[in-house]
Design a protein around this ligand. Structure first.
Ligand SMILES: Nc1nc2c(ncn2[C@@H]2O[C@H](COP(=O)(O)OP(=O)(O)OP(=O)(O)O)[C@@H](O)[C@H]2O)c(=O)[nH]1
Ligand SMILES: [Mg+2]
Length: 381
């Protein structure tokens, strides 16, 4: 197993994380996170006046008023795209304050599915690392909505450094017929909140073995587009065992199966001053036992005095690990953080005055959509 050297974060400037909730469900999820942690650097973005008037988030960007008249995009992805393009300068301004952008959205509607691909493109142009946490629709929402989400996902993949997919279907135990709908939504909300807080804690608090931003960068840039995450929390005497079990059986890791083919992994542990070496050992060993031998592994430990008698873990897992790209090599050689001069800004633009023409469909594929988008190919930075 290889390991990137962990650095003490003490004395270093914490990386600036911006959490952005896009579309109505993304905006709602991020507003809840802000209520739980008012210190979170967050902004919510939507087309829908009603949603933004009701939000408890402090920073709000109302996009596309000229396009949707203050209503939602009504499931129309093109309206969502146009809405954000019109306010793209506002997005660029937000990104000036961020080293890592975390986008939270539900795919399947118009605003989130239309706007997130544009925001990831802008973020890449600005040289900001971008991680997306995206829910995918329930099967009962129907095929057209599922297709809309899949299409958006392909577009997002071309520019995002990493995407964590949270399929709403995975939040449900089909054997549990009496599960209230509200509880299912609350479950995915809770998972996203736990993940973002754990990441934030790992990057912003001093650790006895901190995870530095460079390690997160290595992970996100090498995961070849998609990654998985899971978190577990336990208190009491057997918290090490309970946390290890929680990770190894987590539904977002397909009951632990994702670990068996993990190419890269980051583990972040948080405990109180009573955190024991044996607890760290147990969690790390039980996870490492599941991994292939040559996985890239790194871990961090944060001591938080409010975690007395408690232990929490987050894992970020990459299934694939891509070879270093030319642009990565160039960056490592000190040629700057932003995109290379020779790279073309490949933009997904609208059809303009041709938008009313019938699409050129061949074998079910819209040939007006660039091949790299149709195939969901991640563009090198
Ligand atoms: N997990 C979870 N998913 C949700 C929730 N609300 C909506 N979704 C999912 O998110 C998808 C997009 O919904 P919205 O976020 O409401 O859509 P939007 O991006 O605002 O798009 P428009 O309303 O058409 O402008 C839906 O298809 C659902 O699958 C929620 O509260 N929790
Ligand atoms: Mg909406």
């Amino acid at each position: 197993m290889s390991e990137c050297s962990g650095k003490e974060t003490s004395g270093l400037t914490a990386p600036r994380i911006l959490v952005m909730g896009v579309g109505s469900s993304g905006a709602q999820a991020v507003a809840c996170m802000c209520e739980l942690n008012p210190g979170l650097n967050a902004v919510v973005i939507d087309t829908d006046t009603k949603v933004l008037e009701a939000t408890t988030a402090n920073r709000v960007i109302h996009v596309g008023q000229a396009v949707t008249n203050g209503f939602s995009a009504g499931g129309d992805v093109e309206l969502g795209r146009q809405s954000i393009e019109k306010d793209s300068s506002n997005i660029r301004t937000q990104l000036r304050q961020a080293d890592l952008l975390v986008i939270v959205a539900g795919l399947g509607g118009g605003t989130g599915s239309g706007a997130v691909p544009v925001i990831t493109r802008i973020s890449r142009e600005a040289g900001t690392l971008v991680l997306c946490m995206l829910t995918l629709p329930f099967a009962f929402e129907g095929k057209p909505i599922t297709r809309k989400a899949e299409d958006a996902l392909k577009r997002i993949r071309t520019h995002a450094d990493a995407i964590i997919r949270i399929p709403n279907e995975m939040m449900v135990d089909r054997s549990d017929v009496d599960l209230p709908a509200e509880q299912v939504f609350a479950r995915s909300q809770q998972m996203m909140t736990d993940g973002i807080f754990a990441l934030w804690r790992m990057l912003s608090q001093t650790g006895i073995r901190g995870l530095d931003f460079a390690c997160i960068q290595t992970m996100l840039r090498n995961c070849d587009g998609f990654c998985h995450y899971a978190s577990a929390d336990a208190s009491g005497e057997n918290r090490g065992t309970a946390v290890a079990e929680g990770i190894l059986t987590h539904r977002l890791l397909n009951g632990g199966k994702v670990l068996e083919k993990a190419a890269g992994l980051i583990v972040g542990l948080t405990g109180g001053h009573d955190l024991m070496l044996s607890e760290m050992d147990e969690v790390m060993n039980r996870i490492q036992e599941k991994l292939p031998e040559d996985s890239w592994v790194n871990f961090g430990v944060v001591i938080d005095p409010t975690y007395e008698n408690r232990l929490s873990a987050i894992v970020l897992v990459a299934e694939e690990w891509k070879e270093p790209l030319l642009s990565d090599a160039r960056r490592q050689m000190g040629f700057g953080f932003n995109r290379g001069q020779g790279e073309l800004p490949l933009e997904t633009i609208g059809k303009g005055r041709f938008s009313n023409l019938d699409p050129a469909i061949h074998e079910g594929q819209d040939l007006d959509v660039p091949a790299y988008v149709r195939r969901g190919i991640k563009l090198p930075r």
